[in-house]
Design a protein around this ligand. Structure first.
Ligand SMILES: [Zn+2]
Length: 254
């Protein structure tokens, strides 16, 4: 079975602002910041909104208040939440405490406020999941390197589903089951399609299937990577390490 998935998955629904280009998100923020609607929301409402985003510490919420005050030009507790929430959606990124999540979120120009929260599940990058953190970091590096089509050969039905769920809105993905017969012609087409092919050696993977992708006689094999470790996070980390290792910065003339 081949599973192919393109942009706009579940993640785009959960965090729509994460999928906007920085310019669009900034334009929305500016639009709402201009309207300091003086409909009293009550300080409790803003505090509850921030707690729901994982900010349980008073000090963290104070930092957000100071930031909002600069944006709306008045006490944010006295401004309607309708005007505040779009600012939070586009500018605030709460992370779980992991430096990797913080670094990835800081890459976005629009996240002008990146703060550690107390609830890892509310992390805007990983949602408290090691697999999600590793997958999103790998996907970002793949996109940076122009590798948008990822072919995974081998793995279990469970890991296939997880990869599809995690990567569907980030990259194009095809998964080849390692215990299904495949012809050489089909494998050639898979390799032709892929920017990066991962042969997942330590999983359910018949030799007859893997050798279609790994034998060295074809000219398309440079983009084949044999993965040694098990588990979704380990697979993604191995790809990340490969991309970091093989990265060639584009030199500037002169
Ligand atoms: Zn995180």
């Amino acid at each position: 079975m081949i599973l192919a998935a393109w942009e706009h998955g579940e993640d785009a629904v959960k965090h729509p602002a994460d999928h906007l280009p920085d310019e669009t998100a900034n334009a929305i923020a500016t639009h709402f910041a201009g309207r300091s609607m003086r409909v009293a929301a009550g300080s409790g409402d803003l505090a509850e909104t921030l707690k729901a985003r994982g900010l349980h510490a008073t000090e963290a919420r104070q930092r957000v208040r100071r930031h909002l005050e600069q944006q709306v030009g008045s006490n944010p507790d006295l401004v309607a939440l309708d005007a505040i929430v779009p600012l939070l959606d586009t500018q605030l990124a709460v992370f779980c405490g992991d430096p990797l999540c913080e670094a990835e979120l800081r890459r976005h120009e629009r996240f002008t406020l990146v703060i550690a929260g107390q609830d890892p599940a509310r992390c805007r990058f990983c949602g408290g999941s090691d697999n999600r953190r590793a997958a999103r970091r790998m996907a970002r590096l793949c996109r940076d390197e122009g590798k948008r089509r990822l072919l995974v050969v081998g793995g279990s039905p469970g890991t296939h589903q997880e990869l599809v769920d995690l990567l569907t809105d980030q990259l194009e993905l095809r998964v080849i089951e390692g215990d299904r017969a495949r012809t050489r012609a089909e494998a050639e087409r898979d390799l032709e399609w892929a920017d990066l092919c991962l042969v997942w050696g330590s999983t359910i993977l018949n030799h007859k299937v893997s050798e279609l992708y790994t034998d060295r006689h074809g000219s398309t094999r440079e983009h084949v990577l044999v993965i040694r470790r098990r588990g979704v996070a380990a697979l993604c980390d191995e790809v990340t390490e490969h991309l970091v290792r093989t990265h060639r910065p584009t030199g500037r003339p002169g």
